[in-house]
Ligand binder design. Structure first.
Ligand SMILES: Cc1cc2nc3c(=O)[nH]c(=O)nc-3n(C[C@H](O)[C@H](O)[C@H](O)COP(=O)(O)O)c2cc1C
Length: 207
Protein backbone atom coordinates (compact mmCIF):
# COMPACT_ATOMS: atom_id res chain seq x y z
CA UNK A 1 0.00 0.00 0.00
CA UNK A 2 1.31 3.46 -0.87
CA UNK A 3 1.38 5.79 2.07
CA UNK A 4 0.56 9.33 0.95
CA UNK A 5 2.43 12.22 2.52
CA UNK A 6 0.76 13.10 5.81
CA UNK A 7 -1.08 9.79 6.14
CA UNK A 8 1.49 8.23 8.43
CA UNK A 9 1.52 11.34 10.59
CA UNK A 10 -2.29 11.38 10.70
CA UNK A 11 -2.34 7.71 11.71
CA UNK A 12 0.19 8.45 14.47
CA UNK A 13 -1.99 11.37 15.65
CA UNK A 14 -5.05 9.12 15.76
CA UNK A 15 -3.17 6.51 17.77
CA UNK A 16 -1.97 9.21 20.17
CA UNK A 17 -5.55 10.50 20.44
CA UNK A 18 -6.85 7.01 21.20
CA UNK A 19 -4.51 5.50 23.79
CA UNK A 20 -5.12 1.91 24.88
CA UNK A 21 -5.79 3.15 28.43
CA UNK A 22 -8.75 5.58 28.58
CA UNK A 23 -7.55 6.89 31.95
CA UNK A 24 -4.59 8.40 30.11
CA UNK A 25 -6.96 10.18 27.74
CA UNK A 26 -9.19 11.24 30.65
CA UNK A 27 -6.15 12.77 32.35
CA UNK A 28 -5.59 14.97 29.30
CA UNK A 29 -9.26 16.06 29.22
CA UNK A 30 -9.88 16.60 32.94
CA UNK A 31 -8.32 19.35 35.02
CA UNK A 32 -5.36 18.42 37.18
CA UNK A 33 -5.71 18.06 40.95
CA UNK A 34 -4.35 21.59 41.41
CA UNK A 35 -7.36 23.08 39.62
CA UNK A 36 -9.83 21.76 42.23
CA UNK A 37 -12.75 21.89 42.34
CA UNK A 38 -13.08 21.22 38.66
CA UNK A 39 -15.90 21.54 36.17
CA UNK A 40 -19.50 20.63 36.80
CA UNK A 41 -20.87 17.30 35.70
CA UNK A 42 -24.26 15.68 35.52
CA UNK A 43 -24.36 12.85 38.02
CA UNK A 44 -26.96 10.22 37.14
CA UNK A 45 -27.95 7.56 39.60
CA UNK A 46 -30.74 5.01 39.63
CA UNK A 47 -33.64 6.42 41.62
CA UNK A 48 -35.22 4.37 44.39
CA UNK A 49 -38.31 4.11 42.15
CA UNK A 50 -36.22 2.87 39.19
CA UNK A 51 -36.41 6.12 37.23
CA UNK A 52 -33.14 7.88 36.40
CA UNK A 53 -32.13 10.53 38.92
CA UNK A 54 -29.82 13.29 37.69
CA UNK A 55 -28.33 16.48 39.04
CA UNK A 56 -25.28 18.70 38.64
CA UNK A 57 -22.30 18.31 40.96
CA UNK A 58 -18.74 19.58 40.94
CA UNK A 59 -15.97 17.24 39.93
CA UNK A 60 -13.88 17.52 43.09
CA UNK A 61 -10.91 15.65 41.69
CA UNK A 62 -9.73 13.12 39.14
CA UNK A 63 -7.02 11.05 40.85
CA UNK A 64 -5.88 9.26 37.71
CA UNK A 65 -8.29 6.36 38.30
CA UNK A 66 -11.49 7.70 39.86
CA UNK A 67 -13.71 10.78 39.63
CA UNK A 68 -14.50 12.25 43.05
CA UNK A 69 -17.55 14.26 44.03
CA UNK A 70 -18.94 15.46 47.33
CA UNK A 71 -22.37 15.89 48.74
CA UNK A 72 -24.58 15.73 51.82
CA UNK A 73 -25.01 12.24 53.23
CA UNK A 74 -28.72 12.99 53.85
CA UNK A 75 -29.28 13.68 50.14
CA UNK A 76 -31.35 11.62 47.73
CA UNK A 77 -28.26 10.71 45.75
CA UNK A 78 -26.62 9.31 48.90
CA UNK A 79 -29.68 7.12 49.55
CA UNK A 80 -29.72 6.01 45.91
CA UNK A 81 -26.03 5.15 45.97
CA UNK A 82 -26.49 3.20 49.22
CA UNK A 83 -29.14 1.13 47.42
CA UNK A 84 -27.18 0.74 44.18
CA UNK A 85 -23.59 2.05 44.07
CA UNK A 86 -23.52 2.73 40.32
CA UNK A 87 -23.60 6.02 38.47
CA UNK A 88 -22.92 7.85 35.23
CA UNK A 89 -21.26 11.23 35.07
CA UNK A 90 -21.44 13.45 32.01
CA UNK A 91 -19.03 16.30 31.45
CA UNK A 92 -19.34 18.65 28.51
CA UNK A 93 -17.01 21.29 27.10
CA UNK A 94 -19.02 22.84 24.24
CA UNK A 95 -16.26 25.31 23.33
CA UNK A 96 -13.82 22.41 22.88
CA UNK A 97 -16.45 20.21 21.15
CA UNK A 98 -15.95 17.49 23.75
CA UNK A 99 -18.17 15.36 25.93
CA UNK A 100 -17.07 12.66 28.34
CA UNK A 101 -19.49 10.11 29.78
CA UNK A 102 -18.19 7.84 32.51
CA UNK A 103 -20.22 4.93 33.85
CA UNK A 104 -18.95 3.10 36.87
CA UNK A 105 -19.04 1.80 40.39
CA UNK A 106 -19.27 4.25 43.24
CA UNK A 107 -17.56 3.95 46.63
CA UNK A 108 -17.07 6.36 49.53
CA UNK A 109 -13.71 8.12 49.67
CA UNK A 110 -11.57 8.06 52.83
CA UNK A 111 -12.13 10.64 55.58
CA UNK A 112 -8.79 12.25 54.68
CA UNK A 113 -9.83 12.58 51.03
CA UNK A 114 -13.21 14.01 52.01
CA UNK A 115 -11.61 16.52 54.37
CA UNK A 116 -9.06 17.61 51.73
CA UNK A 117 -11.87 18.26 49.26
CA UNK A 118 -13.78 20.29 51.87
CA UNK A 119 -10.74 22.43 52.65
CA UNK A 120 -10.27 23.09 48.91
CA UNK A 121 -13.84 24.40 48.53
CA UNK A 122 -14.66 28.09 48.61
CA UNK A 123 -15.84 29.56 51.92
CA UNK A 124 -19.34 29.87 50.44
CA UNK A 125 -19.46 26.14 49.64
CA UNK A 126 -17.98 25.27 53.05
CA UNK A 127 -20.75 27.25 54.79
CA UNK A 128 -23.33 25.79 52.43
CA UNK A 129 -22.39 22.29 53.56
CA UNK A 130 -23.29 23.32 57.14
CA UNK A 131 -26.55 25.17 56.59
CA UNK A 132 -28.24 23.43 53.68
CA UNK A 133 -30.88 21.17 55.18
CA UNK A 134 -34.57 20.43 54.84
CA UNK A 135 -35.41 22.85 57.66
CA UNK A 136 -33.62 25.74 55.91
CA UNK A 137 -35.24 24.78 52.60
CA UNK A 138 -38.67 25.10 54.19
CA UNK A 139 -37.85 28.59 55.58
CA UNK A 140 -38.51 31.88 53.82
CA UNK A 141 -35.64 33.41 51.80
CA UNK A 142 -35.32 36.13 54.47
CA UNK A 143 -35.04 33.54 57.25
CA UNK A 144 -32.41 31.61 55.21
CA UNK A 145 -30.34 34.80 54.93
CA UNK A 146 -30.64 35.31 58.71
CA UNK A 147 -29.48 31.75 59.41
CA UNK A 148 -26.55 32.19 57.03
CA UNK A 149 -25.51 35.48 58.64
CA UNK A 150 -25.81 34.00 62.15
CA UNK A 151 -23.64 31.04 61.18
CA UNK A 152 -20.99 33.35 59.66
CA UNK A 153 -21.14 35.71 62.65
CA UNK A 154 -20.47 32.88 65.13
CA UNK A 155 -17.46 31.63 63.20
CA UNK A 156 -16.02 34.81 61.78
CA UNK A 157 -12.31 34.35 60.96
CA UNK A 158 -12.39 30.68 61.96
CA UNK A 159 -11.43 27.89 59.59
CA UNK A 160 -14.30 25.51 59.06
CA UNK A 161 -14.17 21.75 59.44
CA UNK A 162 -16.47 19.54 57.35
CA UNK A 163 -19.83 18.83 59.00
CA UNK A 164 -20.68 15.21 59.87
CA UNK A 165 -23.03 15.28 56.88
CA UNK A 166 -20.17 15.91 54.38
CA UNK A 167 -19.77 12.82 52.20
CA UNK A 168 -17.33 12.07 49.41
CA UNK A 169 -17.66 9.45 46.71
CA UNK A 170 -15.52 8.28 43.84
CA UNK A 171 -16.59 6.68 40.57
CA UNK A 172 -14.36 3.89 39.25
CA UNK A 173 -15.04 3.72 35.50
CA UNK A 174 -16.24 0.57 33.76
CA UNK A 175 -17.22 2.43 30.56
CA UNK A 176 -15.89 5.66 29.14
CA UNK A 177 -17.19 7.51 26.10
CA UNK A 178 -15.11 10.31 24.66
CA UNK A 179 -17.17 12.35 22.20
CA UNK A 180 -15.47 14.70 19.81
CA UNK A 181 -17.25 17.13 17.54
CA UNK A 182 -15.95 18.75 14.38
CA UNK A 183 -17.15 21.33 11.88
CA UNK A 184 -15.61 19.59 8.85
CA UNK A 185 -16.28 15.94 9.70
CA UNK A 186 -18.80 13.81 11.55
CA UNK A 187 -18.62 13.78 15.32
CA UNK A 188 -17.54 10.47 16.77
CA UNK A 189 -17.00 8.69 20.04
CA UNK A 190 -14.20 6.60 21.38
CA UNK A 191 -15.94 3.95 23.44
CA UNK A 192 -13.94 2.04 26.06
CA UNK A 193 -15.15 -0.93 28.09
CA UNK A 194 -13.27 -2.41 31.04
CA UNK A 195 -12.99 -6.18 31.33
CA UNK A 196 -12.80 -8.31 34.47
CA UNK A 197 -9.02 -8.62 34.15
CA UNK A 198 -8.71 -4.81 34.19
CA UNK A 199 -7.89 -4.51 30.47
CA UNK A 200 -9.85 -2.16 28.21
CA UNK A 201 -11.31 -2.70 24.76
CA UNK A 202 -11.89 0.19 22.43
CA UNK A 203 -14.32 0.92 19.60
CA UNK A 204 -15.13 3.92 17.48
CA UNK A 205 -18.83 4.86 17.55
CA UNK A 206 -20.77 7.44 15.57
CA UNK A 207 -22.83 10.11 17.28
C1 LIG B 1 -23.46 24.35 39.25
C2 LIG B 1 -23.93 23.45 40.36
C3 LIG B 1 -23.00 22.76 41.11
C4 LIG B 1 -23.43 21.90 42.14
N1 LIG B 1 -22.49 21.19 42.84
C5 LIG B 1 -22.91 20.31 43.79
C6 LIG B 1 -21.97 19.46 44.45
O1 LIG B 1 -20.75 19.48 44.20
N2 LIG B 1 -22.44 18.62 45.41
C7 LIG B 1 -23.77 18.56 45.71
O2 LIG B 1 -24.14 17.76 46.59
N3 LIG B 1 -24.70 19.33 45.08
C8 LIG B 1 -24.29 20.19 44.13
N4 LIG B 1 -25.22 20.95 43.46
C9 LIG B 1 -26.65 20.80 43.82
C10 LIG B 1 -27.20 19.53 43.14
O3 LIG B 1 -27.41 19.78 41.76
C11 LIG B 1 -28.49 19.00 43.78
O4 LIG B 1 -29.51 19.97 43.70
C12 LIG B 1 -28.32 18.61 45.25
O5 LIG B 1 -27.06 17.96 45.45
C13 LIG B 1 -29.42 17.66 45.70
O6 LIG B 1 -29.46 16.55 44.86
P1 LIG B 1 -30.23 15.17 45.20
O7 LIG B 1 -31.52 15.54 45.89
O8 LIG B 1 -30.49 14.55 43.86
O9 LIG B 1 -29.34 14.35 46.06
C14 LIG B 1 -24.81 21.79 42.43
C15 LIG B 1 -25.73 22.50 41.65
C16 LIG B 1 -25.30 23.31 40.63
C17 LIG B 1 -26.34 24.02 39.80
Amino acid sequence: MTVLPGQAAAAADDAAAAPADPLVLAASWLPSAEDVPGPTMTLSTVGLDGYPSARTVLLSRFDGHRLHFHTDRRSRKAAELAALPRAAVTLVWPEAARQLVVVGDVAPVTDAEARAAYVARTRYLQVLAWVNDHEAAADTPARRRELWAAFEHERVGADLEPPATWAGYAVTPVRMLFWRGATDAASNRLAYERHDDGSWSQESWPG
